[in-house]
Design a protein around this ligand. Structure first.
Ligand SMILES: Cc1cc2nc3c(=O)[nH]c(=O)nc-3n(C[C@H](O)[C@H](O)[C@H](O)COP(=O)(O)OP(=O)(O)OC[C@H]3O[C@@H](n4cnc5c(N)ncnc54)[C@H](O)[C@@H]3O)c2cc1C
Length: 419
């Protein structure tokens, strides 16, 4: 069977793969093929920002991984959502536009990560952005491919949340990606003209139109083909082979990039032997150091119907919102629900905030097929920003279709900021 051949083969058309493929495609004399296991990003839950929870809940667009039972969390298996669709997790995520704290990047540089200080990464952030709200700010850019804006007219409950924080003497933060991201305020979202923004939409799609970048969806990569010490291409689950004249780029996300490497024989030799995979390269770091931010939402129901949600009392309001969105792409349906937030220090002696409180003026979804909450309420989710627990991604079986074994080791180590 003749293998298709390209200069570059990019695995995974998520947030990073779509951007990488688009950038590679700027060289008009080179060809790139980006391969995505999920389907096209056509479902309306992906595009209508307020249906974000429904997009996450949709089985067809979420790999729905779970951790192994977590001893630090009473044996629970913690859900690990990951986008399974063109756009990847960027097609189902909360659309919230946050960078790390400036000091986080400086820590990386101090730890030996040359080129990653805040001053060095800032130009890349500003270059990617078209920020509608801070056009004059040195921390933001205009004219970049990704549109960023505040949700206009947030739900009134956001102001109750922010007033409560003000009454406790916490500071207001005018820009969470500015000089001092601490306090409470409104969050910006990756939204354009009332629709979700993603690198797949605004970077990859224009690149595909140029003709030298190709996309295959519903194409699951099972391994990288190694010839000698070179990644020469990839094999798909249906047996097809795509060859790369120059490079194979793995951008299948935090969980599946190590999975593909291990299925290709690149990973910790002891583990690969246990699973029965021939070792091509003993790379002990593959699948190590897995960590994620832990959030524990507290949900409240309200008797009044100020929050987003569906109830008999709000039928006229919701019908009006649907009409407004259909006609103008504006109104509550054009927002991503997560409209305000607070970044706070649990101890004033810390040098930067170590906890985020996410405010959500809506109840959680109760039925996977109903894209809006039934009834009214709100949620506050504390998020530990600097988890110290470190886990692993391992293969559960040599079968490429088997979900990887994710052990987050949640809460195995107390989480505090060390400085
Ligand atoms: C529910 C959720 C909410 C989030 N909210 C926010 C937020 O509000 N703001 C924010 O900044 N970040 C958020 N994030 C995080 C952010 O979305 C991710 O960090 C980012 O999208 C990761 O990009 P990536 O390219 O590494 O992986 P992904 O975007 O996940 O892309 C990986 C792609 O690879 C594909 N793939 C995997 N295995 C294979 C294979 N074997 N063959 C072919 N293709 C494969 C997947 O289908 C997927 O499309 C959220 C994430 C999730 C899951």
């Amino acid at each position: 069977m003749n293998a298709a051949e390209f200069d570059y083969v990019v695995v995974g058309a998520g947030s990073s793969g779509a951007a990488v493929a688009a950038r590679l495609g700027e060289a008009s004399d080179r060809t790139t093929c980006v391969i995505e296991a999920g389907g096209p990003d056509t479902h309306p839950f992906i595009h209508i920002p307020s249906f974000v929870a429904a997009a996450i809940g949709r089985e067809a667009t979420n790999w729905r991984f779970k951790t192994v039972p977590q001893s630090g969390m009473a044996g629970r298996e913690i859900p690990v959502p990951r986008g399974k669709v063109l756009g990847g997790s960027g097609a189902i995520n909360g659309m919230v536009y946050f960078r790390g704290h400036p000091a986080d990047y400086d820590d990386w540089a101090d730890a030996g990560c040359t080129g990653w200080s805040y001053a060095e990464v800032l130009p890349y952030f500003t270059r990617t952005e078209n920020n509608e709200d801070y056009p004059e700010s040195v921390f933001h850019g205009v004219g970049g491919p990704i549109n960023v804006k505040h949700v206009p007219n947030p739900n009134p409950l956001n102001y109750a949340f922010m007033d409560a924080l003000a009454s406790l003497q916490f500071p207001a933060c005018p820009d969470f990606n500015g000089a001092d991201p601490e306090g409470y305020g409104r969050r910006q979202g990756l939204i354009r003209d009332g629709q979700r923004e993603s690198t797949a939409k605004n970077m990859l799609r224009p690149a595909l139109a140029r003709g030298n970048v190709h996309l295959q969806t519903d194409a699951y990569v099972v391994r990288v083909l190694i010839e000698g010490r070179r990644a020469a291409g990839v094999e798909l689950v249906d047996g097809r082979v795509l060859r790369a004249r120059r490079e194979v780029i793995l951008s299948a996300g935090t969980v599946q990039t190590p999975q593909i490497l291990m299925l290709s024989g690149i990973g910790p030799a002891v583990h690969l032997k246990e699973i029965g995979i021939e070792v091509v390269l003993d790379a002990p770091g593959v699948g190590e150091n897995y960590h994620d931010h832990v959030a524990s939402p507290m949900h409240m129901e309200t008797a009044d119907c100020t929050s987003y949600g569906w109830s008999w009392r709000t039928v006229p309001r919701n019908l009006w919102c649907a009409l407004q969105y259909a006609l103008t792409r504006e109104g509550p349906l054009a927002g991503n629900v997560f409209e305000s937030v607070a970044f706070l220090r649990t101890d004033p002696s810390l040098g930067r905030p170590d906890v985020q409180f996410v405010f959500q003026p809506a109840k959680r979804l109760t039925h996977p097929k109903v894209p809006f909450p039934i009834g009214h309420g709100y949620a506050i989710s504390p998020v530990a920003l600097y988890p110290k627990s470190r886990g692993t991604v391992r293969l559960a079986s040599p079968a490429p279709s088997a979900a990887p074994r994710i052990d987050r080791t949640c809460s195995s180590t107390p989480t505090t900021l060390s400085r």
